[in-house]
Write a new protein. Structure first.
Length: 285
């Protein structure tokens, strides 16, 4: 009995976090954050919570009232998460999408977006890829693209082109981000007459095992392809596309997933974790 009370008291003291999304069952985030906490020798709890599509803000308030310290937010809630924040980090403000919430003691909700930092760290540190003075093509103009544009442009690529099926969405993003660097938009039919150094797939096509309608003449002999989606079992559809068309180097988004999580962990816990061994471990599973 006495032991139970002590255990409960201890459980109350552990800071609680979660990732919310829909669907969320296969999220690796709980595993990743538990590995971070172990490495940082901190005790936290971190769970995956599926939220009903139409009850996002009410459920977030409930989780806040239960004493949670923070949340990661994933598809399809990143824009709604932006809306409920009382204050946002500057790049999250521009992106219009938030993937990290911090519940302050006074009841304020702070929002950040660590996707861009996660992508940039994976590309530049883990894969030693240069962005400065390179020509970048980004496929898709949804939330995934919004989150990474400002951090990519901050590294001064020669140009960044957004290609999307629905051209207006790409044009909207160009308007929002044009003050941050050399950015333009086009449709898939406009591609093919020039090559890109780095091609990033930020579309949702992979969810249906599809690939965007991309001509392979965008690939040069030194081109790098990066899929923001990842797969532990077999290569993603875009990774396969790039490998079979002779891209110089091809990566999926597992590293980005771990790096964006590490940025969130840093925001919440103030500790920078080592990610390389964790990425390698997850790849072995
Ligand atoms: P997310 O928030 O994950 O980015 P989203 O806002 O629904 O999701 O955006 C999905 C993006 O993937 C869009 O750019 C979409 O193109 P459209 O705007 O033209 O719909 C793109 N997309 C989805 N399926 C695709 C496919 N099969 N081929 C090419 N682009 C696709």
């Amino acid at each position: 009995m006495a032991t139970g009370v002590t255990a409960n008291a201890r459980a109350d003291m552990i800071d609680r976090y979660a990732v919310v999304g829909n669907p969320i069952a296969h999220s690796l985030s709980p595993k990743i954050h538990h590995l971070f906490a172990e490495q940082a020798q901190q005790q936290i709890s971190y769970e995956a919570i599926e939220l009903p599509i139409d009850k996002f803000s009410a459920r977030i308030r409930e989780l806040q009232a239960q004493g949670m310290k923070g949340l990661n937010v994933t598809v399809p809630f990143k824009q709604q998460a932006w809306e409920i924040c009382d204050a946002r980090a500057p790049h999250a403000e521009t992106a219009g999408a938030v993937n990290t919430l911090v519940f302050k003691q006074e009841g304020e909700i702070l929002g950040d977006n660590t996707d861009g930092a996660g992508l940039v760290r994976d590309l530049t540190i883990n894969h030693h890829s240069l962005i400065r003075h390179r020509k970048i093509l980004i496929l898709g103009a949804g939330g995934a693209t919004r989150g990474v544009l400002e951090p990519l442009l901050a590294l001064e690529p020669k140009s960044l082109t957004i290609v999307n099926r629905t051209l207006e969405k790409a044009e909207d993003l160009v308007r929002i981000f044009q003050s941050f660097g050399e950015i333009s938009s086009c449709g898939y039919d406009d591609l093919g007459w020039q090559k890109y150094d780095l091609i990033i797939n930020a579309t949702a096509a992979g969810l249906n095992n599809e690939i965007p309608p991309l001509v392979d003449t965008v690939l040069g002999s030194d081109s790098i392809c990066y899929d923001m989606m990842y797969s532990l079992k077999e290569p993603t559809a875009f990774v396969l596309w790039a490998q079979t068309r002779g891209a110089a180097r091809v990566f999926d988004g597992l590293g980005m997933l771990v790096e964006q999580a590490a940025e969130s962990f840093f925001i919440w816990r103030g500790v920078r974790v080592e990610t390389a061994a964790i990425i390698a471990d997850l790849r072995q599973v």
